[in-house]
Design a protein around this ligand. Structure first.
Ligand SMILES: CC(C)(COP(=O)(O)OP(=O)(O)OC[C@H]1O[C@@H](n2cnc3c(N)ncnc32)[C@H](O)[C@@H]1OP(=O)(O)O)[C@@H](O)C(=O)NCCC(=O)NCCS
Length: 251
């Protein structure tokens, strides 16, 4: 028990240059306090004292602003910095040496019983305000950027940034559907990530290329009607496939 506490304090010194003394960590670090209480709550949970476990966990939340379900499994030397607003769900698992900042949610997206919260392998860093939602694994050493929303497995060592939120704009969808009917194609028809300016720009360019190709086709057809031989120009057409490029952008 004392060894674990010493280990936790050492981990905080290693990862927070602001920490000055052992007593400062014990008194002023909510992450340290929440995890100490969680160890008690988890032990009670495993001994089937569920209500008492929830009560200890609730006291921890009241004291620190960090909500850790007593069923969650937390490894060694995990550092929850600042902590306020952190929520860790019942079936979440956090590997050794992970770091979580304030406002992180390790949550679920379904009401099914069983594994519905994420597993973080060793050494994962989850930035302030990030939401990791679902019963998948975030691979060893991965980094989740501040405010990222992650809903799919993350490979080891990957860095994940930005979130998935987008505005659902029915009017815009209608305009795009009309555009797609006229052009026979629209990159936006499939888009899921309208929050990302790079994706927006690429979709805009794809739509523009398709329109430009159509106009060139019309010009060649007119010239051919006037008796001009355009076979060379037609042969020079490249294999531009907007649907393929669209799919790459969407993945
Ligand atoms: C995101 C993070 C995990 C990645 O660290 P890193 O591997 O050193 O990578 P970088 O900081 O160089 O960023 C890599 C890329 O992600 C982008 N990025 C970083 N954070 C981002 C965010 N929140 N949203 C969108 N893009 C972001 C950077 O602009 C950079 O893009 P570029 O390669 O096109 O220039 C790290 O910077 C971080 O923010 N850690 C958490 C810190 C935190 O929460 N602190 C709170 C203290 S109170």
């Amino acid at each position: 028990m004392l060894d674990r506490l010493r280990e936790d304090i050492r981990a905080i010194f290693e990862r927070d240059p602001a920490a000055r003394s052992m007593w400062e960590v014990v008194i002023c670090y909510p992450g340290f306090q929440a995890q100490t209480l969680h160890r008690m709550a988890h032990a009670l949970w495993l001994r089937d004292c569920k209500l008492l476990a929830r009560t200890v966990s609730h006291f921890g939340r009241w004291l620190t602003g960090i909500e850790i379900h007593p069923g969650a499994k937390i490894g060694r030397r995990v550092f929850i910095d600042h902590g306020m607003g952190v929520v860790i769900g019942e079936t979440a698992e956090i590997g050794d040496d992970c770091t979580l900042y304030q406002g992180v949610t390790l949550g679920g997206t379904s009401l099914h019983e069983g594994k519905r919260h994420p597993t973080l392998e060793e050494g994962v860093v989850v930035g302030a305000g990030a939401k990791v939602l679902g019963g998948f694994t975030v691979g060893r050493g991965a980094k989740i950027g501040p405010n990222a929303v992650v809903i799919k497995p993350v490979p080891a060592g990957a860095t994940m940034v930005a979130n998935l939120a987008r505005m659902v704009d029915k009017e815009r969808d209608k305009v795009r559907a009309e555009q797609a009917e006229k052009m026979g194609f629209t990159a936006y028809g499939l888009s899921d990530d309208m929050n990302d300016p790079t994706v927006k720009a690429i979709h805009g360019l794809l739509d523009h290329s398709v329109t430009t190709d159509k106009r060139l086709d019309m010009i060649l057809a007119r010239l051919e009607q006037l008796g001009v031989d355009c076979s060379k120009e037609r042969a020079a057409q490249d294999g531009f496939d907007p649907n393929y490029l669209n799919r790459i952008v969407e993945e």
